[in-house]
Design a protein around this ligand. Structure first.
Ligand code: PGA
Length: 240
């Protein structure tokens, strides 16, 4: 695992954004695995800037998002479908048929998991962007998730719902379930880029990097990946 420590969130965002920019310039047909949450927003802003400057195009880029809440309409302000639209997709020339996000609004959710997994199996993700939950989750693979899981319907940990309450009016409104890529899907990416910012992530970053490889800390699975890069700001690196 390669660790890059940067000063602050701004530098984290530009460093991650630059790595993704380099990949798109090198390989215009690349496939990106994308993440949502507060952490990647600055990297998406950076990519939009580089697109507007004419440095990169998303015309041939394919994307697969990690996860989606169950039960929220795609138009809901907190759906990850909406997050991606607002933070990246509507600003760049990515083709609608090239972007993939699990569909978890309603209906047969197991069938949606299976369909998404079939798409992932047929794809080769060149770079998977990840955040990390304060409990060590990646995607919505919560502590205890077996490393051989593929896309599945998961119950969100209490800690995750509490952490994400800030995006909703109350804890009751935070969905209790989600569709997420499994750890096996995540590890199949050719390269992984995990980003973390702030003192609240210091403990899980330390466990991920220096602790044992254990299902209790899903992100520790990255120790098994041959090309995983972690970018942390000084606060998130405080316990390394
Ligand atoms: P955050 O979420 O970027 O909003 O902290 C990260 C995650 O839960 O993976």
């Amino acid at each position: 695992m390669k660790i890059i420590t940067v000063k602050n969130y701004q530098e984290l965002s530009s460093t991650a954004g630059q790595l993704i920019t380099d990949l798109i310039r090198r390989q215009p047909h690349c496939t990106l695995g994308l993440a949502t949450g507060s952490t990647p927003q600055g990297a998406y802003d950076y990519l939009v800037e580089r697109y507007r400057a004419g440095d990169i195009s998303f015309r041939e880029v394919q994307t697969f998002n990690l996860d989606e809440y169950c039960g929220l309409p795609r138009s809901h302000p907190q759906s990850y479908f909406r997050f991606m639209h607002d933070n990246l997709f509507r600003h760049v020339d990515i083709q609608p048929e090239n972007r993939h996000i699990p569909c978890a609004e309603n209906g047969d959710l197991q069938a949606q998991c299976d369909a998404y997994n079939a798409l992932l199996r047929a794809a080769t993700v060149d770079l998977q962007l990840l955040g990390i939950g304060s409990n060590g989750h990646i995607g919505f693979c919560e502590p205890g998730t077996p490393f051989d899981r593929e896309t599945f319907l998961t119950r969100l940990a209490d800690k995750t719902r509490q952490d994400n309450q800030r995006f909703f009016d109350s804890l009751d409104e935070v969905p209790t379930t989600a569709i997420t890529m499994g750890i096996k899907n995540i590890l199949q990416a050719k390269s992984i880029l995990l980003i973390a910012s702030g003192r609240g992530k210091a403990e899980c970053i330390s466990q991920m990097v220096n602790g044992p490889v254990t299902e209790a800390v899903p992100a520790s699975a990255l120790q098994l990946h041959p090309d995983a890069t972690v970018i942390v700001d000084e606060a998130a690196a405080a316990l390394l």
